[in-house]
Ligand binder design. Structure first.
Ligand code: SF4
Length: 534
């Protein structure tokens, strides 16, 4: 009996970020290769720290759903999952005994040799007429100067594909390291060039920055010396599930006997308790569970008694439904009191457990451990100390600022923030539906909220916050940025009014150029002149 955990980055801002991992998990579930398939995330729930506890079996394979090795696969994931490892992961992976489970941590799926075949397959889709005489392959990698391993896999694919002899020329270029993609035209001698992004999914880079940087006009672009064919990212090829299965199978052989594990005893006890209560009718969070003819009906408590509800029949249906609230806004924190209404699900015993897991990831496991006095509480300082990059700002928060954050954010959440010293008398296991412990701040929401709040609170960042407040409406409304320089002029009285201004945007932390129509320039100059005159 084996559990497979697919690890994605996830996002607390973008609801689509984690979807690819969900979809791969669904496909692998259908193959029956594993008895259980779970998903875990860095910026969504269940978090990397929670997901191992949710595994039903004692033999667990963990695959990072990344295209190359790097900081996340070598540092963040091993650290957060308690693997006791930092740095490059050996080819054969890492095996650890953690809390009675055998955990096999593999290399990311993107480094598997069979990825080369998928790159070639993507190239054939993009250009029907490939020949070794006149067609070159241009593999586009992201690259980074911070981790050499990140680009190694792209070069390995280049070398393997060169050996296949399918293309007249195979070259690699990167967005963020040398050789940069801008130099491709000088290097390719073949009249036809097929460009394949070595990326996990479609997104900002594959749809915007790459086409823009390369001057592409669509799937086919005619340049003076070349005809370029732009293909889809390799990570979205349907055969990726086969690659994941290969990686998993190879990791399976890492163990001493490879026969798989047993039902994990704590998991068994936890879910037996849940099922026992569900058979008698049970409330957890904002959900009512009612037994009906050997099945379980699940619906929002506020919808009890209604019969005009949307009917769901699978845990995936429930997952999809609860990913956004009634207004369509993404819900990265599942225990916020904004569960969408108007639905009812009818599920079997196994599916009920999965649906509860999607509704409230890791909540059952943590509440059961809390009941037994075995739930470890991680204080704020420890969680904040692990944040890096832009989220490292949360480390600046003082006690009052954190308390204010708790008042502002946790008050709309079902969970009780034990990590902030609050106490919880009873959980839903004892009949209090909203009795849910929060032993550590959840990664999905806290970093960003805390970051904004810290920015706005500390005196030395107050100026920056004013600028954020000023620009935020323009960031959120498409087409509105024309007004940003105008407003800057009004507020700050610039004498020289540029036609455009490049500013670092707070929401995306990137440079964006704001501009306004030329016809505004002259009235603004006059306005600036009189303003400064008087
Ligand atoms: S940190 Fe606060 S908002 Fe986040 S899950 Fe815990 S209690 Fe809820």
């Amino acid at each position: 009996m084996r559990t497979l955990i697919l690890i994605g980055h996830g996002s607390h801002l973008n609801p689509d970020s984690g979807v690819a991992v969900y979809e791969y998990a669904d496909l692998i579930r259908k193959t029956g290769l594993f008895d259980e398939v779970l998903e875990g995330y860095w910026k969504e729930e269940p978090s990397l720290r929670q997901v191992l506890r949710c595994a039903k079996y004692t033999d667990v394979t963990v695959i990072p759903m990344f295209i190359s090795e790097g900081y996340f696969t070598e540092n963040v994931i091993p650290r957060e999952m308690g693997l006791g490892h930092q740095g490059p992961v050996p080819k054969e992976g890492i095996v650890r005994q953690i809390g009675g489970r055998t955990v096999r941590y593999t290399l990311p799926y993107g480094v598997h040799p069979s990825m080369s075949e998928l790159i070639v397959a993507r190239a054939h889709e993009a250009c029907a007429d490939i020949s070794s005489q006149d067609t070159g392959l241009f593999i586009i990698g992201h690259g980074t100067t911070r981790n050499k391993n990140s680009s190694r896999v792209v070069f390995e694919n280049r070398d393997r594909i060169r050996e296949m002899g399918v293309f007249g020329q195979v070259e690699v270029f990167f967005l963020d390291q040398e050789p940069k993609i801008s130099g491709w035209q000088d290097v390719f001698k073949t009249p036809k060039v097929v460009m394949i992004p070595f990326f996990t999914a479609e997104g900002w880079h594959t749809q915007e920055t790459i086409p823009e940087d390369l001057g592409l006009e669509g799937q086919v672009t005619i340049f003076p010396q070349h005809t370029a064919f732009y293909g889809m990212p390799v990570g979205t090829h349907p055969k990726i599930t086969e690659v994941i299965a290969h990686v998993a199978e190879e990791a399976h052989g890492l163990g001493a006997n490879g026969d798989g594990g047993d039902l994990e005893p704590e998991q068994k006890k936890t879910w037996n308790e849940v099922l026992e209560r569900a058979r008698a009718g049970f409330r957890i969070g904002e959900i009512q569970i009612t037994p009906i003819a050997g099945l379980f009906e699940m619906r929002p408590i506020l919808d009890v008694g209604r019969d005009d509800l949307e009917k769901l029949a699978t845990p995936e249906g429930v997952r999809h439904k609860v990913r956004r609230d009634d207004s369509g806004t993404y819900r990265p924190v599942h225990t916020l009191r904004n569960l969408p209404r108007g639905w009812v699900a009818l599920l079997g015993e196994q599916d009920l457990a999965r649906a509860i897991h999607y509704l409230y990831p890791a909540v059952v496991e943590e509440a059961f451990a809390f009941e037994k006095g075995e739930q470890h509480v991680t204080p704020w300082a420890s969680s904040a100390g692990r944040q890096t990059g832009i989220y490292g700002l949360v480390q600046q928060a003082n006690e009052e600022e954190v308390a204010e954050m708790v008042r502002k954010t946790c008050s709309s959440c079902l969970k009780t923030p034990l990590w902030h010293g609050q106490t919880l008398e009873k959980t839903f296991f004892q009949g209090v539906p909203g009795g849910i412990p929060c032993p550590k701040r959840v990664p999905s929401w806290w970093p960003s909220c805390a970051m904004w709040w810290v920015n706005g609170s500390s005196a030395r960042n107050r100026k920056r916050q004013q600028r954020i407040d000023l620009l935020e409406p323009f960031e959120l409304k498409k087409g509105a940025p024309h007004g940003a320089p105008f407003l800057l002029e009004m507020l700050y009285g610039f004498r020289l009014i540029p036609l455009s201004a490049t500013l670092r945007t707070p929401l995306h932390n990137q440079n964006r150029t704001f501009s306004y129509p030329l016809r505004w320039k002259y009235p603004l100059i006059l306005y600036g002149y009189f303003r400064n005159l008087y």
